[in-house]
Design a protein around this ligand. Structure first.
Ligand code: ARG
Length: 463
């Protein structure tokens, strides 16, 4: 069946039909398409185009189609151009000539925008829950090792000591922004486009606010041409997914490193690792590698739609049908990656002795010492110089911070007062960083409590 044809003398060629058909992927929109069409039937009824009885018949038939579409076999052998055509053919099979009225004053251009908005609204809600679940898993993992000390890195060189919960809270913040971004994305998606017609506005004076209310949209679009040509909301969604995966990819990279033999800070559970077909000893972090890998794929989805949209003349162009596969893919991969990351976090076991030793044997305390000198009145650049020399001397002699004591420090430079020697231990230096956002133990305890409250508020916002 076709939704057009009168103007044509011959039908489309087989090759064109195969090339242009989208049912094989846009069938995912079947439930959104039905929800939108049921609401549209009610709008037609308010316009007097359908009687109440006709509306009831159509809405009921749509409901049956939705139930039948639960079975994937329902689509077997269907060769309709797209999901919209498929649904109308099914409607015709059920309601005959009455179905010919359903498309009055409606275009597939606005219908596809509506369907995508309904689909992405629901997808965004799923992602919001999954992001919050992962944030929660990170907080739980932080609480398991509240006092663990790890070296923080810059340039992948040991830089300054931080608390394990402080490190995890960094990812909590990234995910909190991802959550906000998804909420903002949801707001841009949640705008009702029906009434726009093909591009010029419908020829029927629908009460568009009523239609919006019917499908719980916050508001309605303001310009019909914009609706036909716009995929900003889809790009917003892809960008929000990309940022989630960017963050997950970096977390994955960290944990691949930290669980390696070279670091041995943590163990990944058997449940989230795989073996080698050849090397019997191997336990590989494939779950994390795949998260890292999928990030590239989802950035590709974003890029694909960006490039597709760039340079399209106003308004709708069939190129825009190419938005679907990247969107479906990005949603699936982002959702699966969030769930995978949560499973890894839930089962991760930290060996706090290893990162603590890494912190102790290196000079992550150097900044603490220099700042202590500066607090004692030594100008910072001079303090930096003194501690730099201390490190140089230690490196030459093979000395760790713990090989120094109050006397030997004072002998090295008179600026070192005996009580400053306590800062040779990384856990002590952290106590000088109690300001908000720092890794001071009290600040981190407070940050953890606040994070829990913020997460509860996030969850409340999305219901
Ligand atoms: N399958 C089409 C899409 O996804 C639906 C809109 C078709 N509109 C049209 N004028 N051919 O973009």
């Amino acid at each position: 069946m076709k939704l057009w044809g009168g103007r044509f003398e011959s039908g489309p060629s087989e090759v064109f039909e195969q090339f242009s058909g989208s049912l094989k992927f846009d069938r995912r929109l079947v439930f959104a398409d039905i929800t939108g069409s049921q609401a549209f039937a009610r709008a037609l009824t308010r316009e007097g185009i359908l009687t109440d009885q006709e509306c009831e018949t159509l809405v009921k038939a749509f409901g049956e189609i939705a139930r039948e579409a639960e079975n994937p076999k329902y689509f077997d052998g269907a060769d309709d151009e797209d999901v919209h055509t498929f649904v109308i053919r099914k409607l015709k099979e059920k309601t005959g000539a009455l179905s010919d009225k359903i498309h009055t004053g409606r275009s597939r251009n606005e219908q596809v925008s509506l369907d995508m908005r309904l689909y992405l609204r629901a997808s965004t809600e799923e992602l919001l829950t999954e992001v919050a679940d992962l944030q929660n898993a990170l907080l739980t993992l932080a609480r398991k090792y509240p006092d663990a000390v790890i070296p923080g890195y810059t340039h992948l060189r040991r830089a300054q000591a931080v608390l394990w919960p402080h490190y995890l809270l960094a990812y909590f913040e990234m995910l909190a922004r991802d959550f906000e971004r998804l909420e903002q994305t949801r707001a841009r998606i949640n705008v009702m486009p029906l009434g726009s017609g093909a591009l010029a506005g419908s020829g029927f004076p629908f009460d568009r606010d009523e239609i919006a209310l019917d499908m719980q949209f916050d508001t309605i679009t303001r310009n019909s041409m914009d609706v036909s040509g716009d995929r900003d909301f889809a790009l917003d969604f892809l960008y929000a997914c990309s940022m989630v995966l960017l963050h997950l990819s970096r977390l994955a990279e960290d944990w691949i490193l930290y669980s390696s033999e070279e670091f041995s800070w943590m163990k990944l559970a058997d449940e989230v690792t795989s073996g080698s077909s050849l090397m019997p000893q191997k336990k590989n972090p494939d779950s994390l590698e795949l998260i890292r890998g999928k990030s590239g794929r989802v950035f590709g989805d974003l890029t694909a739609l960006f490039v597709t949209m760039k340079g399209l003349p106003m308004t709708y162009n069939r190129d825009m049908q190419e938005d679907k596969e990247p969107l479906f893919d990005a949603f699936q991969q982002t959702s699966a990656s969030l769930r995978m990351a949560k499973a890894v976090a839930d089962s991760l076991v930290l060996n706090p002795a290893r990162p603590a030793a890494a912190a102790e044997e290196s000079w992550v305390v150097a900044t603490d010492l220099a700042e202590e000198l500066a607090r004692g009145g030594v100008p910072f650049h001079q303090a930096h110089q003194i501690v730099g020399k201390l490190v140089l001397e230690s490196v030459k002699l093979g000395k760790k911070p713990s090989d120094w004591n109050p006397e030997s420090l004072a002998a090295f430079a008179p600026e070192f007062k005996p009580e400053m020697a306590r800062l040779l231990s990384p856990a002590e230096g952290m106590k000088t960083r109690e300001l908000l956002g720092g890794t001071g133990p009290a600040a981190v305890r407070q940050a953890l409590t606040e994070a829990e409250a913020r997460l509860a508020a996030q969850r409340k916002r999305v219901g």
